[in-house]
Design a protein around this ligand. Structure first.
Ligand SMILES: [Zn+2]
Length: 65
């Protein structure tokens, strides 16, 4: 199942970051996806395929109907 994700959505990744959290915010959506760690503020970039593979869950900041 493909999940939808948008800029500024919070996401949970399958693997926790080095700082211990797996909660991130999407800060850029393009050919590459950029996510920022909610705990330590570190930003990482990866391509869409890799992101979708590592993505566990999208947490919507606003519910879209
Ligand atoms: Zn971190």
């Amino acid at each position: 199942m493909k999940q939808e994700y948008f800029l500024n959505d919070d996401v949970i990744m399958k693997k926790p970051h080095a700082c211990g959290t797996n909660l991130w915010t999407i800060t850029r959506v393009g050919a590459d996806i950029k996510i920022k760690c909610k705990e330590c503020g570190r930003e990482i970039m990866m391509d869409r395929l890799e992101f979708q593979k590592k993505l566990k869950k999208v947490i919507k900041n606003e519910t879209k109907e």
